[in-house]
Every structure is written in structure tokens, then in C-alpha cells.
Write a protein that binds this ligand. Structure first.
Ligand SMILES: Cc1ncc(COP(=O)(O)O)c(C=O)c1O
Length: 366
């Protein structure tokens, strides 16, 4: 069998998504117990108590398929977000929604514009569809350059992904920049605002993507329960999208794409605004400790609106390994002179600071 002929040629240059190192792997390899996995932007506190109780309660009913249309969750989201249920779609993580949107919209020869570096899944879903990924470099402040992104739109552009805040740099674009950008986007382009870290943001300048959603304009917003709600392992994200896009996604998604556990966990997560605030405030405080450590050690970093910090280093591979040997797992993308350092509990922060001190003592300036 000629598998090269069998398998679609668009897949040949693609590489599987490379997840960060697992803590258990590092424990085994290093023999250390105190390993901190700060490489996947997860929340360290676990699911909200009500979500945990709800998920435990449905375990004995897993003989039944999930609700394929996620009605209860959509109803709850609709009330909470003030959007109609017909504009909601629930996915197996927002990752699935990114792929479904690409599958619904992009074909060979179409262009998809996004910032770079940004979330690694955007180029992957473009490649999957044989579409052209138009990567627009971030500005000097490592934020979206929305002016340059508007310039990059052509007659062939069908989709724009905006990652706000941006993964991996943690930066936002301002409301003013977004307003100007939207005025320049032609009507044939669908703008998708990926707000996976929305609940962590504290800047008053941040545009809430939903405030721009009217169901008519070709603009949609994606959010997830994987980050501040700490349900990454359950897989649940949602999209607020114009009705024709929701209908297209409903045609191509799997009938039971979101498990009962994920739907129930997500539903009950929405009860606990006080815990969301606590997590955001604590995350904010931990970043201030990390920044002062980086300032003291001369490590250059980008102030972040998320639960991770992008640090610059001329020797990412050595710094990554040196931090690993201190039990701290960060993310090296292998393509940039930078590393992404996750923000965890106060105890994780202390360990991260101690690790950076040891690494600077060993390697000198980073
Ligand atoms: C910017 C961004 N979008 C989407 C996702 C996907 O999240 P999930 O599929 O867990 O909802 C992530 C995960 O890291 C992300 O960083």
C-alpha cells in the first residue's frame, strides 16, 4: 500500500500537537518528588466544589449518551452571557471549536490571518484544510499588531483568529485598537476572538469580545472551562457565533462531542463567581512576585494578563533544562528566544523563584 498516496497530502508537513512534559514523566526521570508542572497554563486548584460534586453524581449514569445538544449548559450560558441559545455551540474544549470553524469555513486557496507567535492550533487547522496561514508578526511589545493584521486581509481571506489575551505572550490588544481593526475588516471575513484566558484579565483596557457580538456581524467569541475553571481534563469550551456558523458547526461536529461529565462540570462551575475572583486575584498577586524576582535577576519578561509569563532568554534550551533539573517544568516552543512560565499556587511561585535563582547562579545572565 502506498500510504503517501492514500493519506491527504495536506497532512504531510503537519506535526502532531506537542504537549508540555507531564509531571509524572519528570518525576520518574529526575527522581524528584517536588515537580511543578507550569507548562500547560492549567489552574492548580482543580474543579469548583459544586462542579466536582456534580461530576461525581453523574458517574453512575454514564451508560446513557450525553445530551448531544448540551441544552442545560447552553440555557445556563445563555442566561449568564445574555446571548440567545441559537448563537451558542459547546465543544470538546475550545480546541475542537477552532477545528470545526476551520472545517466549516476554509478550503484550499483560502487565507486565514492570525498573529504570530500565537496559539499553535491556528496554523494546524489551516494546514488541515489546505488553506494558507497568513502569520502577522506581533508588535514590538509582543502584542497583536491589529493594523498590520488588517493590512494582511485580502479578497481570499475568509477567517481571522485573534487570541486575546495572546498565548504565549500574555498580552492584550486595547478596545481602541480593536474598534479601529473592526472598522477595517471587510464583510466577507469571519473574525474569531479566542478568549481562553478572559477570566484572568484585569486590565480595564481589554475589550470583552462578547460586547461586540450582535449575531449579525461576522464575529464570534470562544471561551473555555479549561483555564480558570480548572476543567482541562474534562474538555469543555463554548462559542458564541452567528446562527449560520452555529448551524454549520452542528452539521459537522460529532453527535455527542461533549461528555456528560464535561457538561455537568461546566454547568456547575458557573455558580462560583467568588472562587473565580479569588483565583484571578491570587494569580495577579503571584505574577507580582514573579516580576520582582525577574527584575532582581535581570530576566526580561512581558507583563501578562494571563496565568503565564513570557520571558526572553538567549539560551532557551539550557534554561529550560536547568529549570527542569530544579523540578520546574516550563514551556519551550523550540522556535523562539523565549520560554513560557506558568503561574501556579503561592508554593509554586516560591519554587519557581528559587529555581530561577539557582539557574541564574549556574548559567549567569539568561
Ligand atoms: C489561546 C487558546 N485557545 C484555545 C485553547 C484550547 O483550550 P481547550 O481546548 O482546553 O478549551 C488553549 C489551550 O491552551 C489556548 O491557549
Amino acid at each position: 500500500m502506498d500510504y503517501d498516496a492514500l493519506i491527504r497530502q495536506e497532512l504531510a508537513p503537519m506535526r502532531p500537537y506537542a504537549p508540555g512534559l507531564r509531571a509524572s514523566e519528570v518525576r520518574e526521570r529526575s527522581g524528584r518528588d517536588d515537580v511543578r508542572k507550569l507548562s500547560s497554563n492549567e489552574n492548580p486548584y482543580g474543579p469548583m466544589p459544586a462542579a466536582l460534586a456534580g461530576m461525581q453524581a453523574v458517574l453512575s449514569r454514564l451508560n446513557v449518551y450525553p445530551d448531544g445538544s448540551a441544552r442545560a449548559l447552553k440555557c445556563r450560558l445563555s442566561e449568564r452571557l445574555g446571548v440567545a441559545e441559537k448563537n451558542l455551540v459547546v465543544g470538546n474544549g475550545s480546541n475542537e471549536l477552532l477545528r470545526l470553524i476551520a472545517q466549516a469555513v476554509l478550503g484550499p486557496g483560502d487565507e486565514c490571518v492570525f498573529a504570530w507567535p500565537s496559539f499553535v492550533v491556528y496554523p494546524m487547522v489551516c494546514q488541515l484544510m489546505g488553506a494558507t496561514a497568513v502569520k502577522v508578526p506581533l508588535s514590538a511589545g509582543e502584542a497583536h499588531d491589529l493594523g498590520a493584521m488588517a493590512d494582511a486581509i485580502t479578497d481570499r481571506t475568509k477567517l481571522v483568529f485573534l487570541c486575546n489575551p495572546n498565548n504565549p505572550t500574555g498580552t492584550i490588544y486595547t478596545r481602541d485598537e480593536f474598534d479601529k481593526f473592526l472598522k477595517r475588516v471587510p464583510e466577507h471575513v469571519l473574525v474569531i476572538v479566542d478568549e481562553a484566558y478572559f477570566e484572568y484579565v484585569t486590565s480595564p483596557e481589554n475589550p470583552d469580545g462578547l460586547a461586540y457580538f450582535d449575531g449579525v456581524r461576522p464575529l464570534g467569541v470562544l471561551r473555555t472551562f479549561s483555564k480558570i475553571y480548572s476543567l482541562a481534563g474534562a474538555r469543555c469550551g463554548y462559542g458564541v457565533l452567528p446562527e449560520p456558523v452555529v448551524s454549520a458547526l452542528d452539521k459537522i461536529r460529532e453527535p455527542f462531542n461533549v461528555s456528560t461529565i464535561a457538561q455537568v462540570g461546566a454547568y456547575y462551575s458557573l455558580d462560583d463567581d467568588a472562587e473565580v475572583r479569588r483565583r484571578r486575584d491570587e494569580n495577579q498577586e503571584q505574577k507580582t512576585y514573579l516580576y520582582s524576582c525577574f527584575d532582581r535577576l535581570g530576566v526580561s519578561y512581558v507583563p501578562s494578563e494571563t496565568n503565564f509569563v513570557w520571558i526572553h532568554t538567549e539560551k532557551p534550551v539550557e534554561v529550560f533544562q536547568a529549570l527542569l533539573s530544579q523540578g520546574v517544568i516550563v514551556r519551550d516552543f523550540g522556535t523562539t528566544q523565549a520560554l513560557r512560565v506558568g503561574v501556579g499556587t503561592p508554593d509554586d511561585t516560591r519554587a519557581t523563584i528559587a529555581a530561577f535563582e539557582a539557574v541564574v547562579a549556574k548559567l549567569g545572565a539568561l
